[in-house]
Design a protein around this ligand. Structure first.
Ligand SMILES: Cc1cc2nc3c(=O)[nH]c(=O)nc-3n(C[C@H](O)[C@H](O)[C@H](O)COP(=O)(O)OP(=O)(O)OC[C@H]3O[C@@H](n4cnc5c(N)ncnc54)[C@H](O)[C@@H]3O)c2cc1C
Length: 411
């Protein structure tokens, strides 16, 4: 039997390796780090099915200069990194054309309409069926101005048939008494669920994958063997692992690998931070987002997790944990009883294309090479759906969705 090598053991690579193994392939998963220790470790644990609105859109474009100049804005760029970011920004602006925005929105919605069901099936298979919360997410607004500013998102939910419910102060208090009285309105997003621990999902996937005969190589891929098609991956040690197919799922690092295959891609890292509070002194049943303040709070296995915002500074710059502290301060405005004790801070690299849509595609240059990356803010959300669609592409089955919006030829 031919061998499929999956490069990168985050949630995307681990779920795909598991799926391919299940379909009878001989699969090796390669990662120099512990699988799940990248972006998939500390994300906000949200199956965020309503959050597919493309970031690149005219309304964001108008606000962007103000945000970028504000050191505490929802998006910040490290000044030294700006020149390297300009080509990505040019593509970001091009993706904001109204006609393009609608197509991108449809591509995101098509994935989100399947993602909660697909994730539930996957978690059920690996014995983590009880890992998904029963309650949804509350989107918070201090006043009508904030609510109206979010109308674009609410319209989009209507357009794609996602359920929601507008709540007043009394209903908010019934659902989550810890939310401060300054929040006068909320939208309940019942299908935006959270998982208890995103890292535990990767760990379990890898356990099930190896239990079914899959292998894990603790190595960094630094090159490829190919002639008219791919024939192997080369490790930093110089060793070669033979492969009939190679799937690049190295998250934000995938662009470095695709370059080695003469197939550059406009992949950036949108760096994000979290603060985990092990003993928060309050309990939340729902996750919370406050769009005007650009943060999220999720109940997780180890207490409460607070995160959000984007920092553009590339793959190599040291973390700036001030970003996590800013988000924490904002969260305390909504949750004044929050006790900030027993905390840890974390930074991760969201793999992001300028048009917000993931890449789930065969290579256009090297037969036998596939890409699954760029899932941005929704890598956990998309993971099970991505695994099913990519496994179809790789095994020659017909995917349930039209895959053209996610193809590499769009760059
Ligand atoms: C703060 C924050 C909050 C988020 N919240 C959410 C959320 O609530 N919901 C959601 O759906 N998504 C969320 N995301 C996004 C989500 O975490 C990512 O989209 C997802 O984890 C990406 O998974 P991945 O497997 O592509 O990448 P990663 O998890 O980063 O995994 C990539 C792996 O590739 C390996 N690798 C790199 N280079 C090589 C190489 N040369 N050879 C071999 N292996 C290599 C790395 O070691 C790593 O293990 C959030 C992200 C952040 C940062």
């Amino acid at each position: 039997m031919g061998k499929t090598v999956v490069v990168g053991g985050g949630i995307i690579g681990a779920a795909l390796a598991y799926e391919l193994q299940k379909r009878g392939r001989n699969v090796a998963l390669v990662d120099p780090e512990m699988p799940g220790s990248g972006a998939s470790y500390g994300n906000m644990a949200s199956i965020a099915v309503t959050e597919f609105m493309p970031v690149a859109r005219p309304s964001v474009w108008r606000q962007l200069p103000g945000w970028l100049l504000h050191p505490e804005g929802p998006i910040t760029v490290r000044p030294g990194y700006l020149p390297r970011l300009l080509p990505w920004f040019a593509r970001f602006l091009a993706a904001s054309r109204p006609s393009r925005v609608r197509a991108l929105e449809m591509a995101g919605a098509a994935l989100c309409q399947r993602s909660l069901t697909d994730m539930r099936v996957l978690l059920g298979e690996i014995g983590l069926g009880d890992h998904v919360s029963d309650t949804g997410c509350l989107s918070l607004y201090a006043n009508d101005t904030e609510f109206r500013a979010d109308a674009e998102r609410i319209d989009m939910l209507d357009r794609y048939g996602f359920g929601y419910q507008v709540l007043g102060r009394a209903e908010i208090e019934d659902l989550e008494p810890s939310i401060d009285a300054l929040i006068t309105k909320a939208v309940l997003l019942p299908d935006n669920r959270t998982v208890r621990d995103p890292f535990a999902i990767v760990t379990r996937l890898v356990e099930r994958f190896t239990g079914a005969g899959g292998t894990v190589e603790n190595a960094k891929v630094t090159g490829f063997e190919r002639s008219d098609r791919i024939s192997g991956v080369r490790f930093e040690s110089g060793a070669v692992l033979d492969a009939d197919e190679v799937v690049l799922c190295a998250g934000a690092f995938t662009g470095r690998l695709s370059k080695l295959l003469s197939e550059p891609m406009p992949l950036e890292t949108e760096r994000g931070y979290h603060t985990q509070i092990m003993d928060p002194g309050l309990e939340l049943k729902h996750s919370i987002i406050w769009p005007a303040k650009a943060f999220m709070v999720s109940p997780t296995a180890g207490g409460i997790r607070i995160g959000g915002t984007v920092e553009m500074a590339g793959l190599d710059a040291a973390p700036n944990y001030q970003r996590a502290k800013i988000t924490l301060t904002r969260a305390r405005t909504a949750l004044p009883d929050l006790k900030v004790q027993e905390t840890s801070e974390w930074m991760g690299h969201r793999p992001a294309f300028p048009d917000t849509i993931p890449l789930m595609s065969a290579s256009a240059k090297t037969p036998g090479v596939f890409y699954a990356t760029g899932h941005g803010h929704l890598g956990l959300t998309y993971a099970a759906t991505n695994a099913a669609l990519m496994a179809d592409l790789i095994t020659g089955a017909k995917p349930v969705l039209d895959m053209s919006p996610y193809c590499i030829t769009r760059f």
